[in-house]
Design a protein. Structure first.
Length: 549
């Protein structure tokens, strides 16, 4: 810089900054460009501070002159000195506040820089061919797992930021069905937060919400319930405006997993409504909740509401600028159970959605497994037993491979396989599968859960078909019509249970007690007679009634 450049700059603070930045003596020169940038960003505030300081100095000078002229007026002098002292105290306080604000800004800048490096180097950078041999073909799973392993080193000095990253990774792992990794990340986030002494803050609430949902999806309902209880207590103290919304979403996952669909619908509607005033731009979260709502409405027997909700979501998605093919496919999948009697329409929706879901999410993703279950349902209701049995076996084997032997869904799909075999007239092939499903569901979710009740019902029917009246009777005595209705709304569960009781009595030779039960059950289930292929329960009950003659 040529000699005399400072004469061209009228701003004395800017002139001072440039002198400090270019000083020939390193000990006097600003150490980094960041320090210069910080001074330049605060230039306006520094001018204001300098002006305030000069005004204070002028005021002090005038006060001093006034004191000199009025030395004899001691009371007034003392008062003016008091004012001066107060002014200095206020000035010092304002200066300290400015220092605190500057330190906070620097901390936020450091966090932003660390997050940017994590995004560029640990996430996006993982697809760099020089880093990952797969380059652009690296899957989201591979990228997330690589990023997960680099979080501790990247944010070692920033545990609060690390906790946020772990919580976000937990959500992402859950979205791609890596539930064990999701659980580990959520627990790591909680460990860091609690170590920092903030177990009742917003970050802890968010991490615990993710953990509760993951545990519910893994079928560990008792552990999930403990997290929900803690969330309920925390919601009274957190400042997070989305706290009640997140709690409702977590509860809905728990109710869905336990088959309590009416309760899940209430929580899902609350979760969707809670996003409106607090997070109106979060369309991804809203879309996910609406998909869950559509599916849950069908499971609760509210078919028309499911069709209406699905239609609104599809229309809205198709009107968006971004690619909405997957969202539309998922909405159609969610709607399909509402087409209970229109098998052709249901199958058409599923076959249209399947290639999109497989291409975007993969064959073993939970959404595709759900689609296979729906194809099973269509073939089941159509009475196409070879296709239904194939779908049932495929769905169970893929669910077991994906979730393992400790997940509720593994035994729900095994029960569906047994149910399908029984409806196909293959009770002997079905009985061991039904017994295994019932035993494991009893251990996983307890005797009162809708899944266990359903398993007990199916197994009781199979045992009766095979002549095992004693085994069947112990199962029938455990059945609760209300629990069965909450899992699958038919309105016919009391009559169905009476049919089982009548069949058991017929096998025991008690015709007098069996006859009225079978007559009333068959009368209540008479709509089955009009079907091309009546349900196995109705056929078996009718055969038992015929044997009474």
């Amino acid at each position: 810089m040529a000699s005399g450049w400072e004469n061209e700059i009228g701003d004395e603070l800017l002139r001072q900054d440039l002198l400090l930045a270019t000083d020939g003596q390193p000990e006097r020169r600003l150490a980094t460009a960041g320090e210069l940038a910080d001074r330049l960003r605060r230039l306006g505030q520094r001018h204001a501070d300098m002006a305030e300081q000069r005004r204070a100095q002028d005021a002090a000078r005038r006060d001093h002159e006034a004191l000199a002229r009025a030395q004899v007026r001691r009371p007034i002098t003392y008062a003016l000195i008091g004012v001066l002292v107060l002014g200095i105290a206020v000035a010092l306080w304002l200066r300290q506040e400015a220092v605190n604000a500057r330190n906070l800004a620097r901390a936020e800048l450091d966090r932003a820089n660390a997050l940017a490096r994590f995004l560029n180097e640990d996430l996006i950078g993982r697809s760099n061919p020089l880093v990952s041999a797969k380059g652009p073909d690296a899957t989201l799973r591979e990228v997330l797992l690589a990023a997960r392993d680099r979080v501790p080193a990247r944010f070692e000095a920033q545990p609060e930021t690390a906790a946020v990253i772990h919580g976000s990774l937990a959500t992402l792992f859950s979205a791609i069905d890596l539930f064990q990794d999701a659980e580990a990340q959520a627990r790591q986030a909680l460990t860091l937060i609690e170590r920092d002494g903030r177990s009742d803050g917003d970050a802890a609430f968010q991490a615990r919400t993710v953990l509760a949902r993951v545990l519910s999806r893994m079928g560990r309902f008792d552990e999930a319930a403990q997290q929900l209880e803690q969330l309920e207590r925390l919601s009274a103290h957190t400042t997070d405006p989305l706290a009640r919304q997140r709690l409702a979403a977590a509860r809905s996952t728990w109710f869905i997993g336990r088959g309590e669909f009416d309760k899940a619908v209430v929580q899902l509607r609350a979760a969707i409504a809670g996003l409106g005033p607090t997070d109106p731009g979060n369309t991804a979260a809203r879309d996910t909740l609406r998909l869950d709502l559509i599916t849950t409405l069908t499971l609760a027997g509210q078919d028309q509401q499911a069709l209406d909700e699905g239609g609104r979501l599809i229309d809205e998605a198709q009107g968006r600028k971004e690619d909405s093919a997957l969202l539309v496919a998922l909405a159609r999948l969610a709607q399909v159970r509402a087409y209970r009697n229109d098998h052709a329409a249901a199958e058409k929706l599923l076959l249209e959605a399947q290639p999109v879901i497989v291409a975007r999410l993969g064959e073993n993703h939970s959404r595709h497994l759900q689609l296979l279950g729906e194809l099973l349902g269509v073939a089941f209701r159509s009475g196409d037993w070879p296709r239904a049995t194939g779908y049932a076996q495929m769905a169970h084997e893929r669910v077991r491979a994906e979730f393992g032997d400790g997940h509720v869904l593994t035994y729900v799909t095994l029960l569906n396989w047994a149910r399908t075999l029984d409806e196909a007239g293959r009770a002997k092939d079905a009985v061991d599968k039904a017994r295994t499903a019932h035993r494991h569901l009893l251990n996983l979710v307890g005797p009162a859960s809708p899944q266990t009740q359903d398993a007990a019902f199916v197994l009781a029917l199979i045992e009766l078909e095979l002549g095992g009246a004693r085994n069947a009777q112990s199962l029938i005595d455990q059945l609760d019509p209300a629990a069965l209705e909450s899992g699958r709304a038919t309105g016919q569960w009391p009559a169905s249970i009476d049919a089982l009781r009548g069949m058991a009595l017929q096998l025991k030779g008690d015709a007098a007690a069996a006859r009225p039960l079978l007559d009333s059950a068959l009368a209540a289930l008479k709509d089955e007679e009009a079907l091309a292929k009546p349900a196995r329960l109705y056929v078996a009950a009718r055969q038992a009634r015929a044997r009474l003659h």
